[in-house]
Design a protein around this ligand. Structure first.
Ligand code: G3H
Ligand code: 13P
Ligand code: ZN
Length: 316
């Protein structure tokens, strides 16, 4: 069942975070639904602009519609990840997405508000909710690299003003995470003090943490042992998700970790089965490993085991 992120955030606020997972293809879609149902978790499917144009945006929509029928017990939101104005309007008008992100975080404060406000008006008119972003994460996004030094943490005073003036339904905040597999040049530093200040000024308002992959060292080592070359890859300690959730983070974005699962599975499989050229056996291994990864991640997020409670809340 497709719901809005707003409905999921109401159930989760202050207690746990909903996993927001990026997908690009059939195998990820199957693994995603299985993993969430195995762990009894509500979830968010994220589709980036890059994923929409990987084949054709209608292909991913078709996969999700089919998965909704194949897995009738699943409760999830369909969300545009890092949209610009054009892709936001496209998703709002498609009638399929329940949530869009307008990412005008690279614009000056006033312009970010102005753009976000326009999207909010168009989205709300159709019952679609809007995530906006204030501050700037480091890392790679849509092929643009922002260095750690140029990343800007969200200003808590501006956050309150931004939410009031833009009318957005949730806010992505920069508190030290970054996109991609190479986070934190030194030791990991999530700025919980900034998050606490934001929550103080926006009590009860859903916050979003992007760039939250953990980049598990075991995964990186297995990839490198099977011919990969990911030196110095590092991520967010997943045991910190709970603290973030208590401070108002209701959505945690994870993409890179899923890509690492894909890379590890494929590198190891073809190393160990050099005679194989059939795509189905490896596809089956990946779907199963991806489902395991999702279920485990939901354990850290606290969303595992919440599905029945969310179903009850939705039926009230
Ligand atoms: O934040 C970006 C997401 O990881 C999506 O990545 O634009 O390569 O699909 P993508
Ligand atoms: P990661 O690169 O840490 O997985 O972050 C993904 C993300 O923020 C998608 O919007
Ligand atoms: Zn992101």
């Amino acid at each position: 069942m497709i719901v809005t992120t707003k409905q999921l955030f109401k159930a989760a606020y202050g207690k746990y975070a909903i996993g927001a997972y990026n997908i690009n293809n059939l195998e990820q879609t199957m693994g995603l639904f299985r993993g969430n149902l195995d762990s009894k978790a509500p979830f968010i499917i994220q589709i980036s602009k890059g994923a929409r144009s990987y084949t054709d945006k209608l292909m991913l929509e078709g996969l999700i519609r089919a998965a909704d029928q194949v897995f009738p017990d699943a409760i999830f939101a369909v969300h545009l990840d890092h949209g610009d104005e054009e892709s936001c309007y496209d998703c709002i008008n498609s009638g399929f997405y329940s949530s869009v992100m307008i990412d005008a975080s690279a614009e000056p404060f006033e312009k970010n508000i102005e753009i976000t406000r326009r999207i909010v008006e168009a989205a709300h008119a159709k019952g679609i909710v809007v995530e906006a972003e204030l501050g700037q994460l480091g890392g790679v996004e849509e092929h643009v690299q922002v260095s750690e030094a140029n990343a800007k943490l969200t200003d808590p005073y501006q956050a309150k003003k931004f939410v009031e003036l833009s009318g957005c339904d949730s806010l992505a905040v920069a508190i030290g995470t970054s996109h991609g597999a190479f986070k934190f040049s030194g030791t990991q530093s999530l700025h919980f003090e900034v998050l606490a200040e934001i929550q103080k000024r926006l009590p009860g308002f859903p916050l979003v943490m992007h760039g939250s992959s953990s980049v598990p060292q075991e995964e990186v080592e297995r990839i490198n042992a099977a011919g990969g070359n990911l030196k110095g890859a590092k991520g967010v300690d997943a045991t910190q998700f709970h603290r973030a959730a208590q401070l108002g983070v209701t959505k945690i974005n994870i993409d890179t970790d899923g890509r690492l699962v894909w890379t590890r599975v494929h590198r190891e499989y073809f190393r160990d089965h050099p005679e194989n050229f059939d795509l189905r056996p490896i596809g089956k291994v990946f779907m199963s490993e991806y489902a395991k990864f999702i279920a485990e991640k939901n354990g850290y997020l606290g969303s595992a085991g919440q599905l029945d409670e969310v179903r009850k809340l939705l039926s009230k």
